[in-house]
Design a protein around this ligand. Structure first.
Ligand SMILES: N[C@@H](CCC(=O)N[C@@H](CS)C(=O)NCC(=O)O)C(=O)O
Length: 233
């Protein structure tokens, strides 16, 4: 059984989507990152970095795992699915997973901060991060022009990248002109397991950033406090 500690954000969705795709039993523990639950001693014992997601695998001597990429690899290896079936295909999955962990995630995260959260609009910083995100989207689009999914077959690499690319509007970056990326975004969104996964632990964050509920500006203000002081509002 997997104990999942998560919140409704891109890094959290990666893990709940993978669990749903793999059909693995799990229990969800919602972590309120806006009130600082991720910095409490009980959570820091699971992830010394004080960020979601984290899991505990009770079948594996209560192994605690943090970093979403490491969690995805653990789950896919445990199930023997979504991670390729030989050395070459596994390598391709890991390459596109690392591309997300080191490129798409950090660059989109900074685009969110400078475009959406900072009240001071520092144009060179906005241009730098939005430009880099567009460049990375171009790399994804080029790969998807030749392959249905990033590593050929649907894998944890698609789950990781999709979970971030879906919030592109939040950082003010469009996907216009990237037809293959748009085709892939829609195809993954249509998967029933993905639709279940993005509602874990709830849809609050997504509803707010897409203007379906609550107030996106309040949400951005709380996120600003978190990223500038490391402490919740
Ligand atoms: N590299 C980490 C990043 C985790 C991360 O940044 N999580 C965010 C939510 S998407 C978080 O917990 N933020 C709360 C905080 O910064 O205190 C991973 O992929 O797991």
């Amino acid at each position: 059984m997997i104990e999942l500690y998560t919140a409704g954000t891109p890094n959290g969705w990666k893990v709940s989507i993978a669990l749903e795709e793999l059909g693995m039993p799990y229990t969800t523990h919602a972590v309120n990152i806006m009130t600082g639950e991720q910095k409490q001693p009980e959570f820091l014992r699971l992830n010394p970095n004080g960020r979601i997601p984290a899991i505990v695998d009770t079948d594996d001597d209560n192994l605690a795992i943090f970093e979403s990429g490491a969690i995805l690899i653990h789950l896919a290896e445990k199930a023997g699915r979504l991670i390729g079936h030989d050395r070459a295909s596994r390598s391709r999955v890991l390459q596109w997973l690392m591309f997300q962990m080191s490129g798409i995630g950090p660059m989109m995260g900074q685009a969110n901060v400078f475009f959406r959260y900072f009240p001071e609009k520092i144009q060179p910083a906005i241009d730098r991060y939005q430009g880099e995100v567009r460049r990375l989207f171009g790399v994804l689009d080029g790969q998807l022009a030749q392959h249905e999914y990033l590593a050929g077959e649907y894998s944890i690499a698609d789950i990781a990248n999709w979970s971030w690319v879906r919030i592109h509007d939040w950082g003010g970056v469009g996907v216009d002109g990237f037809d293959h990326l748009q085709r892939w975004l829609a195809a993954i969104e249509a998967r029933p397991a993905v639709q279940r996964g993005v509602r874990v632990p709830n849809s609050e964050g997504w509803d707010m950033i897409t203007g379906k509920a609550g107030n996106a500006d309040d949400f951005a203000a709380q996120a600003l406090k978190l990223v500038t002081t490391g402490k919740p509002a």
